[in-house]
Write a protein that binds this ligand. Sequence first.
Ligand code: HEC
Ligand code: HEC
Ligand code: HEC
Length: 382
Amino acid sequence: MKLGQPRQRKALGGWIAIVALVSVNTLSGARPLEASEGLRIMADRTTGNCVSCHEVPAWRENNQSVNRLTLQGNFGPSLEGVGARYSKEQLRQWIVDARVINPHTLMPPYGTTVGLNLPARSQNLLTQKQIDAVVDTLITFTQPPVLGKDDKSIQAHSASGLEQLQSATVMSPIGLWIDEGKRRWEKDCTTCHTLEKVSKEVPSFPRQKGSQKLINLEDQIAVCRQRVEKTSTASGLLMSNDDGPTLELSTFLHDASRQLPINMAPPNKALDASIWKQNLAQGEKLFKTRLGHMNLSCQHCHDSKVGAAMRAQRITAGHPTGFPAYRISWQGLGSIERRIRACYSGVQAQVPAQQDMRLRQLELYLKTRAQGLQMEGPSVRQ
Ligand code: HEC
Ligand code: HEC
Ligand code: HEC
């Protein structure tokens, strides 16, 4: 695959794009919606995006050639046959708010925002009219599902996709970042540090810095860059984790710490240790709290649905071992902070600002959860 040719829409989230309000307005216009409109809404990333989680055989049959845009997920059950099993009223309930049917549901509520934590917008995901159109389509799905067959096609496809991703042509930009980072390291950092010592510290970030701040590796690099560049921001805030030179240095240091085990421990001072523990507990709580219009927690995906496909993306345990990561949809490298923010965006939640404490608490929890796992070094992701 050639660089600079992303097949996906360029969005923070990747698998679920931010709903374009414009398109919602157009759809709720005077034109009556038909069954085929329902299918379009179910496939469209900017509206229903049901196919990111469900096999919708009618959509696949509409698209003879399977490519990244027509790939469907298996996070939820196939929707084949739902028209035979449910009435229109029941189908409507599934879409509007499935919590009424199953309080532990993983099916997002499309017709309400009641009880949602940090939804990105005040509008519902779908309008009344759009829901009608989807129900009219679902009720025509009366064939019983063919088990096994659909699952296989998803697997075969994403496996070959990953092979492409790991290919040498895509790996090379990481090499460029490492080289740039090395150049900076030798120029700016070796007066105070040796690589041998610092690389051993990499797997133990984020760290509690005194009683105040939890900082990750990129934050520490930013602190040291201020030392060298003799700059400081008026607000006292550190510069972005994804600032070019910081990310280059982070890529270089992560490369140097490849294969070392993640090694998280509370600080020695009792007061700092108790604050560290509070931050860790907070991170765990955040990990387990439902959020956004999708109304899913990090745990729902990265514990309960490991191995499931959301379109072309196969869900992993979300271990933070391979950062900074080169992502096709980013057309570049991004920090772990950026990835976590992308997951907030993916569930259509309000995305925390860069440097937000919640992002560090989540990183602390993710690292602690991955204690002992080997650092992969900078890696390639979809
Ligand atoms: C984030 C993933 C996700 C998305 C997106 C999603 N669903 Fe679901 N859906 C699920 C899961 C998981 C279930 C399984 C039941 C549960 O968790 O309560 C489900 C169940 C259903 C069911 C009941 C199926 C059955 O056999 O009982 C229907 C109908 C349904 N979804 C329709 C839709 C439609 C239509 C859309 C798009 C407007 C959609 N879903 C979007 C995850 C999703
Ligand atoms: C003037 C001396 C100085 C320079 C130059 C310097 N640092 Fe640091 N660095 C420190 C000090 C002191 C610490 C201990 C933590 C603190 O006070 O911020 C540290 C800590 C670190 C750590 C945490 C691991 C450890 O060993 O504690 C990393 C990573 C790091 N620096 C990266 C860098 C990078 C990258 C550069 C080049 C941009 C750099 N440093 C330049 C003084 C320096
Ligand atoms: C709707 C499912 C879903 C939810 C909820 C979700 N993620 Fe993700 N996440 C994904 C997908 C899909 C990917 C890309 C494939 C993968 O690496 O698992 C991903 C990737 C990641 C990765 C990168 C793993 C890697 O090796 O590249 C991290 C870290 C992560 N998520 C953390 C989080 C955190 C923290 C939360 C909660 C704020 C969260 N995710 C919520 C679906 C989800």
